[in-house]
Design a protein around this ligand. Structure first.
Ligand code: FES
Ligand code: FES
Length: 136
């Protein structure tokens, strides 16, 4: 399969690989897996008092598109408010990375990871988790 240049760029130079301290109250952790292929993605956000995401990290055990999707997601997350981050749609990732149809589920994994990190943050801070309509 031919990967787009942007996928190759993120795959060979992934941004924000790493781990945030999940014991911290202002850190949300999302851990999701893709039943299609068994790939696993962990994505974390660190949030300040104004609900702005100041840091984001990921670790993905998966295909190139999943790594690129999560790398891109962490770039997009930084500087957004938690509410703005909820708006990130997997199809934005598909478009940005020019993912082919068989790789769309890799971007869904990234969207799920974002939302699950946000919900972890919300629950830790006494907020209701957001009901998710899409699922991998
Ligand atoms: Fe698992 Fe993508 S199918 S690596
Ligand atoms: Fe499964 Fe990419 S092939 S996440």
């Amino acid at each position: 399969m031919a990967y787009s240049e942007k996928v190759i760029d993120h795959y060979t130079h992934p941004r924000n690989v790493g781990t945030l301290d999940k014991a911290k109250k202002n850190v949300g952790t999302g851990l999701v897996g893709a039943p299609e292929c068994g790939d696993v993605m962990r994505l974390q956000i660190e949030v300040d008092d104004n609900h702005v995401i100041t840091d984001a990290k990921f670790k993905t055990f998966g295909c190139g598109s999943a790594i690129a999707s999560s790398s891109l997601a962490t770039e997009w997350l930084k500087g957004k408010t938690v509410d703005q981050a909820m708006e990130i749609d997997n199809m934005d990732i598909v478009e940005e990375l020019a993912l082919p149809p068989v790789k769309i589920h890799c971007s869904v994994l990234a969207e799920d990871a974002i939302k699950s990190a946000i919900n972890d943050y919300r629950v830790k801070n006494g907020l209701e988790p957001i009901q998710l309509e899409k699922s991998h």
